[in-house]
Ligand binder design. Structure first.
Ligand code: NAD
Ligand code: DAU
Length: 338
């Protein structure tokens, strides 16, 4: 019997993690702390809202007073920090909020963990802290020993948070773990990200904006596999350790877009090559040897199955994403894609 504080649980991966834990550990109390930024959506949490062992609290992780009050009343055993500004393009447009939430917010959570005491603080980080790999060296992968070498304000802010976690472990003995996962896909992903954006545009017969030639490579993992890895780390992982999470599923953006079009029966003429992202990372590729050897984790979902399930989810849940694309997101889309 434990109490988990899950920050950012109204977003894509955090909500999937709440559903995963609800199923896997029904005896646990789950508390979700979320600011409900543009990326947070209470509608997503509707399936657990009436559950007596689930509580939602609206708060900002960078608001020290609010966070301390929550720790004082809730007394969590384990904290899993998903809360973040997560979109690279938005960090290029406005870096400041990325530092406030991703760095300062993490620091407030670490301080709260020191002050009130926890069994474990887990930081959900990203493979982007390693920078990128060249396309002509398929033999290279990110390991836990790869030096941090960030490209965007987003990845720099996530790296800053990771360094703080390590510092709080070494200096204050705080029991932290960090995971660095590759690109996730699956249900409830905000439609600003590649896969849901392309599904939504294809369904509306709108142009599919591919940055540059679409040759950049990402290492895609079904979101539930990420949740399973985090569950293993918080229960069996070594304190002070970084775990890379990925399933050796590297794909070029253009190939992902073509798969989506094919599955939806839409023409490739919808593909539109647009100006490239500034500082665009070429290739991400995780070496998951350590988490496999140490915790026995392996991804359960093959890409062919995961993408089929994901496309079906967006077809079956049009109301969820249509509410978003027809809301304030429209202004962002116009600004970004003209
Ligand atoms: P998301 O943008 O879908 O969700 C982020 C959530 O955090 C939202 O619910 C938002 O309201 C909340 N939030 C933002 N600022 C907050 C604040 N100041 N206080 C409290 N809540 C706040 O993000 P996601 O894709 O689910 O990513 C979750 C985490 O996983 C992030 O830390 C991200 O860096 C990391 N990550 C994401 C991926 C990916 O492919 N999406 C891969 C690896 C790691
Ligand atoms: O690798 C993990 C990271 O994956 C996470 O830390 C981030 O939070 C998450 O957003 C994701 O970052 P990316 O930048 O890789 O994801 P995004 O979906 O924004 O873009 C994936 C690729 O698709 C990237 O090469 C840029 C390209 N792209 C993206 C968009 C939104 C396009 O070509 N067109 C687009 O409109």
């Amino acid at each position: 019997m434990k109490k988990l504080l899950i920050t950012g649980g109204a977003g894509f991966i955090g909500s999937n993690f709440i559903f995963y834990e609800r199923e896997k550990r029904p005896e646990y109390d789950l508390v979700c702390l979320d600011k409900l930024t543009y990326a947070g959506n209470l509608e997503t949490l509707a399936p657990v809202m009436g559950d007596p062992k689930f509580k939602f609290i609206r708060a900002d992780i960078a608001d020290r007073k609010a966070v301390y009050e929550i720790f004082e009343t809730e007394k969590p055993d384990i904290v899993v920090n998903f809360a973040a500004e997560s979109h690279v393009d938005r960090s290029i447009e406005n870096p400041a909020v990325f530092l406030e939430t991703n760095v300062m917010g993490t620091q407030v959570l670490l301080d709260a963990c020191r002050k009130y005491g926890v069994e474990r603080y887990h930081q959900v980080s990203t493979d982007e802290v390693y920078g990128d790999l060249p396309l002509d060296r398929p033999d290279l992968f990110f390991t836990e020993k790869t030096p941090i070498h960030t490209s965007s304000p987003y990845s720099a802010s996530k790296a800053g948070a990771d360094l703080l976690c390590n510092a709080y472990h070494r200096t204050f003995g705080l029991p932290i773990t960090i995971s660095r996962c590759s690109n996730n896909y699956g249900p409830y992903q905000f439609p600003e990200k590649l896969i849901p954006l392309m599904i939504a545009n294809a369904l509306a017969d709108k142009p599919l904006p591919v940055y540059g030639e679409g040759l950049n490579v990402r290492d895609w993992l079904y979101v539930e596999d990420h949740c399973a890895a985090i569950d293993l780390i918080i229960h069996n992982g070594q304190v002070g350790q970084v775990y890379n999470i990925g399933g050796h599923n590297e794909m070029r953006n253009i190939d992902i877009v073509k798969i989506i079009l094919r599955q939806l029966g839409k023409p490739e003429s919808l593909i539109t090559h647009v100006t490239d992202r500034k500082g665009h990372d070429m290739r991400y590729a995780i070496d998951p040897t350590f988490i496999h050897a140490e915790l026995g984790w392996l991804p359960a979902t093959k890409f062919a199955d995961g993408i089929r399930k994901t496309i079906q989810w967006y077809l079956d849940n049009r109301g969820w994403w249509e509410n978003i694309v027809n809301g304030e997101y429209k202004t962002y889309y116009e600004r970004m894609y003209g």
